[in-house]
Design a protein around this ligand. Structure first.
Ligand code: TYC
Length: 102
């Protein structure tokens, strides 16, 4: 009698979890927007407390730019736009941009 090969079915499911790429929201410095206003916007849009917002504002002020947070692309773009609009509404050149995280 021919020998039969026992084929054991795979029972474990292998899940490939691909995380969506994250996007950075970056705050850019300018010479006109008041520091206190930048802090207000950071608190309102990025849910930071006073100390966190102040630190981020000062980093952008001194170095030219500061990464604020990472989100999915949609959220990052929406928040950057919202925050930029708040400045625009007051006539400030305050600007937030996004960049894909590598
Ligand atoms: N540089 C601005 C000032 O001196 C303050 C400021 C800080 C503006 C950070 C934008 O992203 C910024 N009034």
């Amino acid at each position: 009698m021919a020998q039969k090969t026992l084929v054991k079915p795979r029972t474990k499911t292998r899940t490939k979890t691909e995380r969506p790429p994250l996007w950075k929201v970056i705050l850019l410095n300018d010479d006109f927007t008041p520091r206190e206003f930048v802090v207000q916007v950071l608190k309102a849009v990025f849910r930071m407390n006073e100390a966190q917002a102040y630190r981020v504002m000062m980093t952008a002020h001194q170095r030219g730019a500061c990464v604020i947070a990472v989100y999915t692309r949609d959220v990052a773009e929406t928040k950057a736009k919202e925050a930029t609009e708040l400045g625009k509404a007051k006539g400030y050149p305050l600007f937030f941009t996004t960049e894909k995280e590598e």
